[in-house]
Design a protein around this ligand. Sequence first.
Ligand code: CA
Length: 222
Amino acid sequence: MVHILIVEDEQRIASFIEKGLKSHGYLTTTVGDAQAALTLAMSEGFDLLILDLGLPDRDGFEILADLRGQGSKLPVIILTARDDIKDKVSGLEGGADDYMTKPFRFEELLARVRVRLRTVKKTSTTKPLTLAAHNVVLDLRTRRVKVNEEWIELPAREFLLAETLFQHPGQVFSRQQLLDRVWGYDYDPGSNIVDVYVGYLRKKLGSSLIQTVRGVGYRLRR
Ligand code: CA
């Protein structure tokens, strides 16, 4: 199922888009702030991002810049009230695939979504939908985790950390590499946040799944 990430802080608009896309068979996830948006967009679970520019914590352009800066090729449609040609140009030059202004008709948004998804299908190879190791399965579409046959929910950042380790079983990641991949710019350099989150994952997924490599970092047990 196609999964679309909607970043929109205005509840009324968010639910309008959500309802429309759902009724056309798309799976949607909506967030209203830039921080959550970037974390989710950097995960592998989405096919398309619909991005508002005016967000409470950061500007949508910054999310786009971070995404592209970290190598993400996730298709992005900017949907904003800003109709200045300068904004349009910086959006498209900043790596957005399309730019649409509010107010808008849902039919037009849907048409643009379909065009983007069609282009992606042609150019990208199929992504795996799940990653599995030992008794744990990560579902990259729904962002849920199955542990010993039972489904559980993980907060976005924990999921992203698990996903990073599961993508490369046996490979050792330094704390710095994990910080870069999972937290991006958003951490205090002196913090032990990686160790704390590895602790969370061990508690939820099993204590022996993630091994400590002393003096180096962590790896997923093969
Ligand atoms: Ca807004």
